[in-house]
Each structure stands twice: as structure tokens, then as C-alpha cells.
Design a protein around this ligand. Structure first.
Ligand code: SF4
Ligand code: SF4
Length: 375
């Protein structure tokens, strides 16, 4: 195994290959607080990419209700259980990653889901974390909670799927860091399916090959966001580029949210893959659960998020989520507007940070009717 530096766990870690970061890395921000589980993203992806034979059970994008929702069944609980308890020492992960825990003669610690595990993609939907007694109501901090977790492939910096493939059929594009399976080279050994802890590679039994989220790379090449981002009703998503901490670009919205304000966090960083979808944690959930899921910065991220409405830069970037079909490479706050720019710093969108409020007269002179003000 080679040694690579994983900034999300703040230390060197084992990886099967020598780590070479791509020229730039596909990244995304998902604001969990805004997701309504409408599954529009899921359907947008399904109808675009997985309508073929052998793909019936596949959801490259799925949305599950936490704490009990999971697709495939118990994907997170099983790998965490296999990995064992791992403590954080401040910002440094002191436990073992799935590469460091690999059994003898294997490259990654993993497990293979069965057909049954994939058969219930919406299991646990809308279930809260504990029974609610009759007559109970919510006050202040919620004792009972649930939230929706939208998931795609993380296009990890150190992909377990890529490390595990004995054919070398999985590759990470140097121009954008997107992880793809070469369909001609794949022989369907499914080592990638077993290795990916997020379970975002799927086996197509009809074609005899593994298939996965391709980050809608034809759209990315046109400087547009993927289908699931474009379709998102809740406007929870923004696609852009994420740099490692030593190469932060201050007006890159992802660098700003992830590195500078630390309000968006990776999913299960302790697994060791340096995943590149970053989540703004839900504000109403137990700290212990959030820390296990997003690492030790979760509580601070929630506090920062709760202050965002008084912080024009944060509020401005959040208004850019879901406001443009274009990849947001750079941003600027101008007066009361947030502005998005493409790679060449051409303006692609301009959004008011606070919505204008219009108060209508109680009596409409033109229509000669009285009306209530319901704004
Ligand atoms: S999330 Fe899974 S499938 Fe996607 S790059 Fe990471 S290891 Fe590979
Ligand atoms: S489309 Fe957006 S709001 Fe709807 S489920 Fe997907 S991520 Fe959530």
C-alpha cells in the first residue's frame, strides 16, 4: 500500500495506489435542511441513465430518511460495524480507515449486498428516531427527529471502487476527478461493489458489468450541472470544484463553504476515501449522530449555518444553490445580490439575497375588489 494524505481526517493513510490528485476535482454541496424527499432527483437520474435492462434496481441517486432509511439495507451500519469504533483526536481521526482495515490479501474492507438488500429502496421513509408519545409536541430542541439524506457517488479522491478493481477498469479522470467504470474492460467481478462503502457501484447482471453514477459528465463538459442538481425541487444542491486546503481559492463557493467557513462536511470521513459531496448538516438532530456521520466539525457547522441569515456572504452563496443550470466556479456578493461565474469568470447568474416583499393595497382599484394581504 502507498501512503497518501487525506485532509478530511488530517493525516496520512494507506491507499492501494500512489495518490495523484486530478487537475481539478468535481465537488458538490447538499444542504440537508432544504431537502423535502420529493425524489425528483432520483427520477431525473433514473430516466436519464438507468432505464435499461439489468438496471431496474439501480438508483445512482437515492434519497433516504435517516436514521432508519438505507439503500441498500444497512449500508452505513454494516461498514461502521465492521470498522469498529474509531475516535477523533481533535480534527485527526485516530481510528482505522477501510484501507487500513483490509483483510489479508484484500485491498479494502467491504461487503457484498444481496438482491434482498436492494429490494427496499424506500425502507424507513419518514420514520423518526424514537416513538412519540400521544399528546407530545415539539418544543425547542427536538428529541424526536429524522431527516432526508440525498446520495450520489462521491467521486472520491481515494475511491475504494477503483482500488479494489483487479482489472484496472475503474479510473479517475484527470481533468475533473470524475470516477468512471470502463465498460469494455470490466468483467463483472464486482470487487468494486463490495469495496465501495457508500454502495454506489451496481452490478448489471444482464450486461455482466458494473455501472455507476457518471456525474453527468457530458453536462459537466458543457459547464452545466448534473441532472439531479438541475431537477432538484428543494434547491439543495450546487456543483462546482473543490480544492485541497493548501490550494484554497477564496471566491470558489465550495472552497469557501468547506474550508473557510467549515459549514459543509463530507459523509463518513472516517472511512478514508475523501468523498467530494459535502453536506450542510441538519440543525435539529442529535450531536452524537451528526458527529458519527460528518465528523467532529458537525456541531460547529450547525452553529455557523444558524447564523447565516445575518451573514451576507453565507446567505448569498446559499441563494445560489439551485439558481442556475451552470457550474458555479466562482461567486461574488454585490450589494444585495449574489453573483455566480463560470470558469472564465463570465457571469452566469445573479440572485437577490433577500426576496423583495410586496405589500398590496387592501382594495384593488383596477379590479374593484378587496383582498386580504397574505404575503
Ligand atoms: S462513492 Fe463509491 S463508487 Fe463513488 S468513487 Fe467513492 S468508492 Fe467509488
Ligand atoms: S430533488 Fe432535491 S429536494 Fe427533492 S428529494 Fe432530491 S435532493 Fe431532496
Amino acid at each position: 500500500m502507498a501512503k497518501v494524505f487525506n485532509w478530511q481526517i488530517n493525516r496520512e493513510t494507506d491507499y492501494w495506489y500512489t495518490g495523484v490528485r486530478p487537475q481539478r476535482q468535481f465537488g458538490a454541496i447538499f444542504d440537508i435542511n432544504k431537502c423535502i424527499a420529493c425524489q425528483t432527483c432520483t427520477v431525473a437520474c433514473k430516466t436519464t441513465w438507468t432505464g435499461g435492462r439489468g438496471q431496474e434496481y439501480m438508483f445512482w441517486n437515492n434519497v433516504e430518511s435517516k436514521p432508519f432509511g438505507c439503500y441498500p439495507i444497512m449500508w452505513d451500519v454494516r461498514i461502521l460495524d465492521m470498522l469498529g469504533a474509531g475516535a477523533w483526536n481533535g480534527a485527526t481521526y485516530a481510528g482505522r480507515t477501510i484501507f487500513e482495515s483490509a483483510p489479508v490479501r484484500q485491498r479494502v474492507l467491504g461487503w457484498q449486498p444481496s438482491d434482498f438488500d436492494y429490494a427496499h429502496p424506500n425502507i424507513g421513509e419518514d420514520e423518526v428516531n424514537r416513538p412519540i408519545e400521544g399528546g407530545a409536541y415539539f418544543t425547542g430542541k427536538h428529541a424526536a427527529w429524522m431527516f432526508y439524506l440525498a446520495r450520489i457517488c462521491n467521486h472520491c479522491t481515494y475511491p475504494a471502487c477503483l482500488a479494489a478493481c483487479p482489472r484496472g477498469a475503474i479510473y479517475k479522470r484527470k481533468e475533473d476527478g470524475i470516477v468512471l467504470v470502463n465498460q469494455k474492460h470490466c468483467r463483472g467481478y464486482q470487487e468494486c461493489v463490495k469495496a465501495c462503502p457508500y454502495k454506489k457501484v451496481f452490478y448489471n447482471a444482464v450486461e455482466g458489468v458494473s455501472q455507476k453514477c457518471i456525474a453527468c459528465y457530458p453536462a459537466i463538459e458543457r459547464r452545466e450541472q448534473p441532472q439531479c442538481f438541475m431537477a432538484c425541487i428543494g434547491k439543495i444542491r450546487m456543483q462546482g470544484w473543490i480544492n485541497p486546503p493548501e490550494r484554497i481559492v477564496e471566491d470558489n463557493p465550495l472552497d469557501y463553504l468547506v474550508h473557510i467557513r467549515k459549514v459543509a462536511l463530507p459523509l463518513f470521513p472516517q472511512l478514508g476515501l475523501e468523498p467530494n459531496v459535502y453536506y450542510i448538516p441538519p440543525v435539529h438532530v442529535s450531536d452524537a449522530f451528526l458527529t458519527q456521520m460528518f465528523g467532529p466539525g458537525a456541531r460547529k457547522a450547525v452553529e455557523t449555518y444558524l447564523q447565516a441569515r445575518k451573514d451576507k456572504t453565507l446567505a448569498g452563496i446559499f441563494t445560489l444553490l439551485g439558481s442556475t443550470p451552470h457550474t458555479v466556479s466562482f461567486f461574488k456578493i454585490e450589494g444585495d445580490e449574489a453573483v455566480g461565474f463560470d470558469d472564465d469568470r463570465n457571469e452566469t447568474c445573479r440572485v437577490p439575497i433577500s426576496e423583495p416583499v410586496v405589500t398590496r393595497d387592501a382594495f384593488d382599484e383596477i379590479l374593484q375588489v378587496g383582498r386580504h394581504n397574505i404575503t
